[in-house]
Design a protein around this ligand. Structure first.
Ligand code: DQA
Length: 147
């Protein structure tokens, strides 16, 4: 299974950025943890602070052998129709991840324009959410392969 893991703006600052909300692990820690937890999965990791760069990498999965996308779109979650449209354009499953529980935070964070084009959303599980998302995609991948 090949998965693309996309992290959006400010997630390169994990570890130093509001650790009381986002935890003390760095993005590299989370990525290394995924590689170690799922040795059979081929991961491609991408982080950008730029909306267009995120859209380009989502589009790059069209016609490539990816089996799914994990995305933490950061604040783009709440207003990027362009990222939502890009995710809607690809046919592989997408899972949305947030370290914090966006539903118990400020009003503007409670709405995701990305969620309607995703198979699932993990929000508030901290970095465990990334592992839960991989497990979810691995399960559906397995089910698809064997049915
Ligand atoms: C976040 C939640 C967003 O509201 C915020 O803008 C982020 C991180 C999370 O992982 O909890 O940058 O996506």
């Amino acid at each position: 299974m090949r998965l693309l893991v996309i992290n959006g703006p400010n997630l390169n600052l994990l570890g130093v950025r509001e650790p009381q909300i986002y935890g003390t692990q760095t993005l590299a820690d989370i990525e290394n943890d995924l590689r170690a937890s799922f040795p059979d999965v081929a991961f491609e990791f991408f982080q950008s602070n730029h909306e267009g760069a995120i859209i380009d990498v989502i589009q790059s999965t069209i016609g490539s052998p990816y089996d799914g996308i994990l995305i933490n779109p950061g604040a783009y979650t709440h207003y990027s129709y362009a990222i939502r449209d890009a995710l809607a354009a690809v046919s592989i499953p997408v899972i949305e991840i947030h370290l914090s529980n966006i539903h118990m935070r400020e009003e503007f964070r409670r709405h995701s324009v990305i969620a309607p084009v995703c198979k699932a959303q993990f929000s508030g599980f901290g970095s465990t959410g990334y592992r839960l998302a991989v497990t979810t995609l691995a399960h559906s991948h397995h089910t698809t392969q064997t049915s």
